[in-house]
Design a protein around this ligand. Structure first.
Ligand SMILES: *Cc1c(COP(=O)(O)O)cnc(C)c1O
Length: 387
């Protein structure tokens, strides 16, 4: 891992993540959009992403400027046609953003809200699909970053197949590490970021989608900027964006994907993140902290811990103390109150995780915190109360 002390602070957050030297170097030069080198980089990046999703020959990868939220909005606008109706699942802050988008754009939709600290059940999804039989599309978040919970896209894909619904997935926190076979799951469109598990710079998102569904989506979007069909048509034909592309972010993303491939692809990245996560969670538990999620449902992307039950504890002071020592932890956007989160993705070595935990211990000791564990039974109570 070529990420050293000169890049401090370490970003222990699920985006933007710490990026490696090769990716930084790729962004030092200025390039115009139409240069053969830029066009080739974009084509190679699209091809590699389609490979990772098992979408070669069936789907297509579309670069989309902006953060991943913009691409989520473009997916809803482009793939749900006039007369369509969306079922949005949420069990955290990122699912809630999808709901907020639907409200703002007055997209006909239903909301399936489930408890934040466990995956939704087969019954919950089945009931929602049966009750709302006019649903045409289902959208859900794969890894809910506000808790770290892995949502069961395989189960939902199976239900969508039997109920004949199209499935849209926000895989922003998982793509590039957790395996996702789009073709097998028949996912119509999936959103990812160049940042997060791809470990590129922020500012460029991607949509991978079923090519046939994209072809059918022409004219759906009631927005010019958010029309993925239109963006794809231009990118595919010319190798350029419709408008000024984020050239540095494209070069950074391409370099990041090369690093991803050299590292051994998504499986190798998942192994590295799991090593980081195990170190983080293991060391935190030894101090007395308890994590929110059962390990079986926790993605090695970000870990959520209950706050210490101690009168001297103050999140802001802990955050500032960590920052003063070169560690940025997640400042907000929680699925469950009285918890805090630490990310383990990005170009971070395992030592950064153990160093971070030792720093938390020292910062809390300086604050006078003696007890790092939560109130007894807090875990079970919170999960139920928030239903
Ligand atoms: C980070 C994230 C987003 C939003 O991405 P931005 O790049 O911040 O717009 C959406 N969904 C999930 C699951 C995320 O982790």
């Amino acid at each position: 891992m070529e990420h050293d002390a000169k890049h401090k602070p370490w970003l222990l957050i699920p985006g933007p993540v710490s990026i490696c030297d090769a990716v930084h170097r790729a962004m030092l030069e200025d390039h115009s959009a139409g240069e053969p080198e830029m066009i080739a980089a974009l084509r190679a990046a699209r091809g590699y992403l389609a490979e990772l999703a098992n979408a070669v020959g069936w789907g297509t990868a579309i670069p989309f400027p902006g953060s991943a939220t913009y691409a989520n909005e473009a997916v809803i606008r482009t793939f749900v046609p006039q007369g369509g109706r969306l079922l949005v699942h949420t069990n955290g802050a990122y699912g809630d953003w999808l709901v907020a988008m639907c409200r703002r754009m007055e997209m006909p939709h239903e909301v399936l809200r489930t408890a934040p600290a466990r995956p939704p059940s087969h019954d919950e999804f089945c009931r929602a699909l049966t009750v709302n039989s006019d649903i045409t599309h289902v959208m859900m978040v794969h890894v809910e970053t506000s808790s770290g919970l892995i949502n069961p896209i395989e189960m939902v894909a199976e239900l969508c197949r039997s109920h004949r619904k199209a499935l849209l997935v926000d895989a922003v926190a998982s793509f590039g590490a957790l395996p996702i076979d789009m073709r097998k799951l028949n996912i119509e469109a999936l959103v990812l970021s160049s940042n997060k598990c791809v470990e590129g710079p922020p500012g460029l998102a991607w949509v991978i989608c079923d090519r046939a569904a994209l072809d059918r989506s022409a004219g759906n979007a009631s927005s010019l900027s958010f029309d993925l069909w239109d963006q794809h048509e231009t990118v595919d034909r010319t190798g350029c964006f419709r408008f000024t592309p984020p050239t540095h972010a494209i070069r950074g993303a391409y370099a990041a994907l090369q690093v991803h491939q050299e590292e051994g692809g998504s499986a190798a990245r998942l192994r590295r993140y799991r090593t980081n996560w195990l170190r983080l969670v293991g060391d935190m538990r030894r101090l007395g902290f308890e994590s929110l999620l059962a390990d079986a449902h926790a993605a090695p992307i970000v870990a959520t811990f209950h706050e210490p039950h101690d009168e001297h504890y103050d999140f802001r002071k802990m955050y500032d103390g960590m920052a003063a020592n070169g560690f940025i932890i997640v400042p907000g956007r929680l699925a469950v109150p009285d918890t805090f989160r630490i990310g383990c993705i990005g170009a971070l070595p395992e030592q950064a995780m153990s160093l971070a935990v030792r720093t938390i211990r020292d910062v809390l000791n300086d604050m006078g915190v003696r007890r790092f564990g939560p109130l007894e039974r807090r875990q079970a109570e919170t999960a139920e109360q928030l239903m």
